[in-house]
Design a protein around this ligand. Structure first.
Ligand code: FUB
Ligand code: ZN
Length: 639
């Protein structure tokens, strides 16, 4: 087990249970619908059978049938990774709630995967089932050679390692973890001496190796992650972040999922090895994203061609913003927080989580968005050739990624450093952390994100002195994002308040956290009140797509106009930033949301009242035009 790691340690997701509200609904649908649905999709589409086909080729050839080979049932050489992500998600689900039937099903899957592994540890169904010649143009005659390009051999392994570690931690069973270690030994033999230099064309192996390192304590795995990072640049494709050595990269460029996975992997390697150069590079890149490349919804990677980050301020509304890119951005931001203790990283994470991430799955849990645009015309087949939320995709990276993230998101809620306990995320939950040697039970009662009133009960086993660090979200201090990329039109800061054991306190703010140091007694309460007015938001003048437009948000939730409410295209209306907005809870709508009703005097009577819904819930009522950024009516004289 590794002792060097992030200075701030997250309280594991297994120690925190959501007890109600926004995330409980989503997590429940994830467990009861998305998990079985994703299992069925992996089985029905042939993703799992690909492993059987690879195993069959191995068996038949070993038995002397030297020309036998199979063809894959699916399109992409990275389809193995969907199975691994689903396993990881199921493992997280099992951790939270044991389910012998599900575990047995997983055992069956894992046996099929292990049977497809070649004797030397190589695991990649598309080559193993069809070894005499490449069965796909992305694959070379030889192993690894085209990984720098598109073979995804090493990418698949990154997801395998994440799954293997999760499965081991959830069940105590070593079978998948052992397959991972056998595969990692092969990587070590092939790459460990640096003679073969391949920069993985799609990152994620770095995070997978960091997890293998943490669980085994074997220093080779983190060394390998470093070897893969150091193989990058100069002169390679920007698309896959091979244009420069990683420590010289200063801007977020290229394919957004690849990029954000790489920045997360660099953070892990830095945490585990103390390599400060990685940290200074990803800090600069993060500044570039927060200042110039982040959608209001917390999505990134707006350019469809190359699924990529754009130029500075290139933030179109009909954007791509892949769900996986949002997930990878959250991973990266969480890691930045674990390094620094700065709440601004969590502010971005929170914005993405409540908007551009959770928009990726329908309220029913079985329909998905791959891109998450901020405007839609009601007809375009922009969701990988499908209009509206889709049942699945040929390239199905997003749904299983959503599923594993939702199953484990309580891992963001709390963190500990020495005698400090960080409260990072607000949602009804019960958790347990150890701070300065004392076990502390934590309970949050709140209706966040619909209300900013949070009642936190802090219950150490016995009276104990430690520091509570409560995140005071940027939005409650008049800053929608940690930069000037978006601003509130009224420029106001709200006055948040905190009370401890019934007494009002005025804690100091450090790195965006209210710091409360005292001797805590069992059942002490902290009441945090974060007022949640509705804000009209404007974009930086350099963002062409939002010039002359305004968006609305409340707390961490971004709102959208959807034609399903009005039967009018959002482009037909204009609203004033000064319009009075009424906050209207609608338990009957979209599984229970809070809507904003704009008292927009200049809208035609047929449009009154103008209702806005939380962006993440759009397209749950059929196809209809939608927009986050509405034309601004600057002539109306509203109060
Ligand atoms: O290349 C594997 C996955 O497919 C990427 O992460 C997604 O962006 C999609 O291209
Ligand atoms: Zn994806």
């Amino acid at each position: 087990m590794s002792s060097a790691d992030y200075p701030i340690r997250p309280v594991p997701f297994t120690a925190v249970r959501i007890t109600g509200g926004f995330w409980q609904k989503r997590q429940l649908v994830n467990l009861t619908t998305t998990v079985p649905y994703a299992i069925k999709q992996c089985e029905d589409t042939g993703r799992l059978t690909n492993f059987d086909l690879a195993a069959e080729t191995l068996r038949r050839r070993a038995a002397g049938d030297t020309t036998f080979q199979n063809k894959p049932l699916t399109i992409y050489p990275f389809d193995d990774s969907d199975v691994y992500k689903v396993i990881e998600g199921i493992a997280y689900a099992l951790h939270v709630k044991p389910d012998p039937e599900l575990e047995a099903r997983l055992d069956g899957w894992i046996a099929r995967i292990v049977a497809a592994q070649e004797p030397d540890g190589y695991l990649y169904t598309f080559r193993t089932m069809h070894p005499d010649s490449p069965v796909h143009e992305w694959i070379d005659e030889k192993r690894w050679i085209k990984d720098a390009d598109l073979s995804h051999e090493i990418y698949n392994l990154g997801h395998l390692y994440e799954a293997g570690v999760a499965h081991y931690q959830a069940t105590g069973k070593r079978i998948l973890l052992d397959a991972c270690l056998k595969s990692a030994e092969l990587l070590w033999r092939d790459f460990g001496d640096r003679k073969l230099r391949v920069a993985p064309g799609h990152q994620v192996i770095e995070m997978g190796l960091a997890k293998l390192h943490r669980v085994t304590g074997d220093p080779r795995w983190i060394e390998l992650a470093k070897i893969f990072l150091e193989a990058r640049g100069p002169g390679g494709p920007t698309y896959s972040q091979q244009h420069l050595p990683v420590t010289q990269q200063t801007e977020a460029v290229g394919h957004a999922v690849r990029a954000n996975y790489m920045y997360s992997g660099m953070a892990d390697v830095a945490a585990l090895t103390g390599d400060a150069d990685y940290v200074s590079a990803i800090r600069q890149i993060w500044d570039n994203v927060a200042e110039k490349k982040l959608s209001l919804t917390g999505g990134v990677g707006p350019i469809q061609h190359g699924e990529a980050y754009g130029a500075d301020y290139e933030l179109p509304n009909a954007c791509y913003n892949e769900t996986c890119a949002a997930i990878a951005l959250m991973m990266w931001n969480h890691r930045m927080f674990l390094f620094t203790g700065e709440a601004r990283f969590l502010d971005v994470l929170e914005r993405t989580a409540h908007n551009g991430f959770i928009s990726g799955v329908s309220l029913s849990g079985d329909r998905f968005f791959y891109p998450n645009p901020l405007a839609y015309d009601g007809v375009a087949k922009n969701n990988h050739d499908q209009a509206g939320r889709a049942p699945w995709f040929g390239c199905a990276c997003c749904p299983p990624n959503l599923m594993r993230t939702l199953a484990s998101l309580t891992g963001w809620f709390y963190a500990v450093r020495d005698d400090s306990l960080y409260v990072s995320f607000y949602a009804p939950n019960e958790g347990e952390a150890t701070v300065a040697g004392t076990k502390v039970r934590l309970t949050q009662a709140t209706d966040y994100p619909w209300s900013g009133a949070v009642r936190l009960t802090v219950s150490p086993e016995e009276p104990a002195a430690f520091t509570l660090r409560l995140r005071i979200p940027g939005w409650s201090q008049g800053r929608p994002v940690p930069s000037d990329l978006y601003t509130y039109s009224d420029g106001t800061r709200c006055t948040w308040t905190a009370r401890v054991a019934g007494e009002t306190i005025t804690p100091t703010l450090e790195h965006g956290h209210a710091v409360i140091t005292r001797t805590w007694n069992p059942s002490d309460t902290v009441e945090l009140d974060l007022p949640m007015p509705v804000h009209a938001v404007r974009g930086h003048p350099k963002i062409e797509a939002v010039r002359g437009r305004v968006a609305f948000e409340r707390g961490p939730v971004v709102y959208a106009f959807e034609d399903a409410d009005h039967h009018t295209n959002p482009e037909a209306i204009a609203v004033s930033a000064a319009t009075k907005a009424t906050v209207q809870p609608r338990p009957d709508l979209l599984d229970g949301v809070v809507t904003l009703v704009l008292d927009e005097a200049d809208a035609p009577p047929s449009l009154q009242p103008v209702t806005l819904i939380p962006y993440a819930t759009w397209n749950n009522r059929g196809l209809a035009p939608m927009a986050v950024w509405l034309k601004e009516n600057t002539t109306a004289g509203h109060s």
